[in-house]
Structure formats: structure tokens, C-alpha cells
Ligand binder design. Structure first.
Ligand SMILES: [Cu+2]
Length: 287
């Protein structure tokens, strides 16, 4: 009986962890799980290009091996003096052109989609990179703005973020950007001092933060959870210590948070964390 309870508890823990899966894991070789349609397209495109890369690599390897063995000096004492072969020259010109077209067309389509929101975004979030933290601004008539910096180990207890599975060291922040699920968010990115880059792998988003210039992107997160990224443009001494954390929540949770955050950000964050904890408990009890 005890074993069964233990196993059930482990299942709950695992499923609880799975809800927050979008962060790096030890020995990870693949992308983080996709949380937006764009990242799903990037995953598809990666697998698609592998279908070209693998056969080409194997073909070149086989040709090299064959030439090395078949035409070695001891076995092939009188080399051919052939200098042209029209057929083979046409093949090795047309073949790569066809391969490049087959890669370029979906690649350009994906690139276009990454900069073209499918609908008018319901929310505009501006991220400003600073040495070495981020400012977020929710652009409404009366904008909500706050700073988001790395969560230090001694601030964990105070912030109620002691679970290192959910709030990993070097990725967790004091104030996450909060966005509603299934909502197209326009992302404006700039820098205040040097060039930074706003990157969230699970969203398939990476936008350079250039001082004096505003770059635009978008994302539509389709799964609730907390998603981590990092500054991806080397920007000085603490480049590695300016993580990005985006919390994707239900529309109601977002509205409640937004209303409270205008006057009391840390109170709003705490209330949101409590609401999410309660929701996860109900979800894991129901499994
Ligand atoms: Cu940076």
C-alpha cells in the first residue's frame, strides 16, 4: 500500500513538473517543448531539413570512402585523364539547386510567419534590455511597467520561490512577465545601453534589443506554464545573469493579476502564484 501511495505521489510530482517543462534539462540535445505554433513550425522545419542533411552527409561519406578505397595508388596505377563529363556536371548543378529550393521555400514562409501576427495582437508588451536585467511595459492607456531581475538565492524564501524545479537557479526572476494563454502578444524589444537579445526558446522567439531602435515580434502561447529564456547577445559582465521568465496564465488569472499589479506588483504576483498552485493541486488530484 505504501509503495502504491509512493508511486502515486511520484506521478503527481512528475505531472506537476511536466506543466513547467519549458526550461533546459541536463544533457538535453533537442529543443525545449514548443509552447507556440511558431515553435511547432520551427520543430517541423528542423526535422524536415534533417531529411536533406542526413542523406547528403551519408552520400558524401560513401563517395569519399569509395574513392579512397577504389582509387588508392596501389590498386589504381594508371589514372584516367578525363577532365569533363557534361552529364555529371549537369547533375551536380541541378541537384543542389533543387535541394536549395526545397529548403528555401518553407524557410522563407516560416521567416515571414515569425514577423506576421495572424491577427491584430490583443496585447503589446515592450521589453527593454538593461545591463543586466529587463524592463517590461504593458502598453495600455495607463501603462504598467516593472523591472525583472534574476532571483538571488537569498531572495527565494521571501519570494515564495523555493522550489528549484519550478524556479531554477540562474533562470528564475523576481517579477515574471505575465501573459494570457491563447492570446497574440505583440513584442516590442529595445535596449537602453548596449545590444541585448530577448530569447524564449519554447516560444520560438529571439529578437535583438538594440538601443535607439525598436524591433518587433509576436508570440501566441497555447499552453499555460512558466517559460524561461535568457539574454542571447553578449552584453557585458553579467550577460549570463539576466534571465527572462514569462508566465502564461488563463485569461481570468491574467485580468486579476493585471488589475492588482497596477498598485501592488508583489502582492499581485503572490496572489497569482497562490491561484496557480491551487489550480495545479486540483489538476493533479483529478488525474
Ligand atoms: Cu544582455
Amino acid at each position: 500500500m505504501k509503495k502504491v501511495t509512493g508511486a502515486a505521489a511520484a506521478m503527481v510530482l512528475l505531472s506537476g513538473a511536466a506543466a513547467f517543462a519549458a526550461q533546459p534539462t541536463p544533457w538535453q540535445t533537442d529543443f525545449q517543448p514548443a509552447a507556440t505554433p511558431i515553435m511547432e513550425s520551427i520543430n517541423w522545419f528542423e526535422n524536415y531539413t534533417l531529411w536533406f542533411i542526413m542523406p547528403i552527409t551519408l552520400l558524401v561519406l560513401a563517395l569519399l570512402a569509395w574513392c579512397i578505397v577504389r582509387f588508392r595508388a596501389s590498386a589504381h596505377t594508371t589514372p584516367s585523364r578525363t577532365s569533363h563529363n557534361t552529364l555529371i556536371e549537369v547533375i551536380w548543378t541541378v541537384g543542389p539547386v533543387v535541394v536549395l529550393l526545397a529548403i528555401a521555400i518553407p524557410s522563407f514562409q516560416l521567416l515571414t510567419a515569425q514577423y506576421t501576427p495572424p491577427e491584430e495582437p490583443a496585447l503589446t508588451l515592450k521589453a527593454t534590455g538593461n545591463q543586466w536585467n529587463w524592463d517590461y511595459e504593458y502598453q495600455f492607456d495607463s501603462p504598467l511597467a516593472f523591472n525583472s531581475a534574476i532571483l538571488t538565492d537569498d531572495a527565494r524564501a521571501q519570494a515564495g520561490k523555493e522550489d528549484r524545479g519550478v524556479y531554477p537557479r540562474l533562470l528564475a526572476v523576481d517579477n515574471e512577465a505575465v501573459v494570457p494563454v491563447n492570446t497574440t502578444v505583440r513584442l516590442l524589444v529595445t535596449g537602453s545601453d548596449v545590444i541585448h537579445s530577448f530569447a524564449v526558446p519554447a516560444f520560438g522567439v529571439k529578437v535583438d534589443a538594440v538601443p535607439g531602435r525598436i524591433n518587433e515580434g509576436w508570440f501566441k502561447a497555447t499552453r499555460e506554464g512558466i517559460y524561461y529564456g535568457q539574454c542571447s547577445e553578449i552584453c557585458g559582465k553579467d550577460h549570463a545573469f539576466m534571465p527572462i521568465a514569462v508566465r502564461v496564465v488563463s485569461a481570468e488569472q491574467y485580468q486579476t493579476w493585471l488589475a492588482a499589479a497596477a498598485t501592488d506588483l508583489s502582492g499581485a504576483n503572490r496572489a497569482l502564484m497562490a491561484a496557480i498552485d491551487a489550480q495545479n493541486k486540483i489538476a493533479s488530484a483529478g488525474e
